[in-house]
Design a protein around this ligand. Structure first.
Ligand SMILES: Cc1cc2nc3c(=O)[nH]c(=O)nc-3n(C[C@H](O)[C@H](O)[C@H](O)COP(=O)(O)OP(=O)(O)OC[C@H]3O[C@@H](n4cnc5c(N)ncnc54)[C@H](O)[C@@H]3O)c2cc1C
Length: 315
């Protein structure tokens, strides 16, 4: 484990892309899970605050420390496995998005989320539930997270598989791999029915894994991530559309969203049609593809097929 105690040696970790600047006494860069757990336990016993650092591309100052220690995940950056058959990749949190995408392309696989800033870490993407240029169709990071390993502040480890641990109403019980049980009373919150990344994800009967996605490192350190993938599309289409007036523009957005929203949201009622939280239900990762229903936002990805001619859609 690399330990830096001279401020001049870790100045760049005191800020992020928000340009806020903080302070800290020491920087730990663990290379293994055991090293990470060791420094977490030490900090916990000394009641020293910990700030987790990914790649520092955050725009909200989330990794900017306010004293205590910084724990950087940058050396825990391996791809653990890629399963082409079930289209699943398992990685350590410090792996950068650019590295993941490059390796996946060698396997003909595609991680659809594309949170734009390729030098972000996957751990950071999980902690911020990052979304980006393709989220309108494919959804945010959350929709692709199938499994997380997490180290809590007391050094206990959680292993959360999507679809395995659910809250009962607003009471959530999570068991660590050592059998320690944590009971959580979830506050009653109304989540906005639109894209957002503020605050904890909370819903009655929710999947425990969703509490940690987007929690900005406040609940634990994500140490291993399994992400669902797609096949690499043969073609991607980009374009610019021009509209005569706002009504046509918003009409277009509504139509497109309805086409895509079969797997996302009921636009008029602002409710998720198929949230990724309910076991066994159709969701983005499991879309109920109806033959003949390919449209601009639901392109056929089979080799040799092409996108529907956009000119045939009238707005
Ligand atoms: C040019 C630019 C474009 C961007 N575009 C987008 C965009 O399109 N969509 C978007 O969502 N964001 C975007 N961002 C913001 C940023 O890239 C994302 O928030 C990204 O997910 C942060 O990842 P990071 O590794 O840099 O995390 P950091 O900035 O290092 O940390 C972010 C937060 O995650 C926590 N964290 C990091 N790793 C872990 C871990 N292993 N376990 C627990 N907590 C952890 C940190 O404590 C902090 O709270 C953009 C940023 C830039 C500079």
């Amino acid at each position: 484990m690399i330990i830096k105690t001279e401020k001049e040696m870790f100045e760049q970790y005191l800020t992020d892309a928000s340009n806020y600047c903080g302070k800290a006494d020491v920087l730990y860069i663990p290379e293994t899970l055991d090293e990470l757990k060791e420094c977490i336990k030490k900090c916990n016993s000394e009641k020293t605050p910990i700030t987790i650092s990914g790649a520092g591309t955050g725009l909200t100052g989330g990794r900017v420390p306010e004293g205590g220690v910084i724990v950087s995940t940058e050396r825990m950056n391996k791809i653990i496995s890629i399963n082409e058959q079930i289209k699943l990749v398992t990685v350590q949190p410090g792996l950068l998005l650019v590295e993941l995408e490059e390796e996946l392309s060698n396997h003909g696989l595609f991680y659809p989320v594309n949170p734009t800033e390729k030098s972000a870490s996957i751990g950071g993407n999980i902690a911020t539930n990052a979304s980006g240029s393709r989220t309108f169709k494919y959804g945010p990071t959350r929709d692709y997270v199938m499994k997380l390993k997490i180290v809590l502040a007391d050094g206990e480890e959680l292993e959360l598989n999507r679809g395995e641990t659910f809250a009962k109403g607003n009471h959530l019980e999570i068991k660590s791999i050592n059998g320690k049980i944590y009971g959580v009373e979830l506050p009653v919150l109304k989540m906005p029915g639109v894209k957002h990344a503020a605050g904890y994800f909370i819903k009655p009967d929710m999947d425990a894994i969703d509490l940690f996605i987007g929690s900005e490192g406040t609940l634990g350190i994500v140490t291993q991530i399994s992400l669902k993938l797609d096949r690499m599309p043969e073609n991607l289409l980009g374009g610019i559309a021009f509209f005569d007036d706002l009504d046509r523009l918003f009409g277009f957005v509504k139509r497109v969203r309805e086409g895509s929203g079969k797997y996302r949201y009921d636009v008029d009622n602002k409710i998720p049609l198929n949230p990724p939280l309910i076991k066994g239900e159709n969701n983005l990762l499991n879309p109920p593809l109806i033959k003949g229903e390919n449209n601009l936002l639901n392109p056929p990805f089979e080799k040799g097929e092409s996108l529907i001619d956009a000119r045939t859609i009238e707005f």
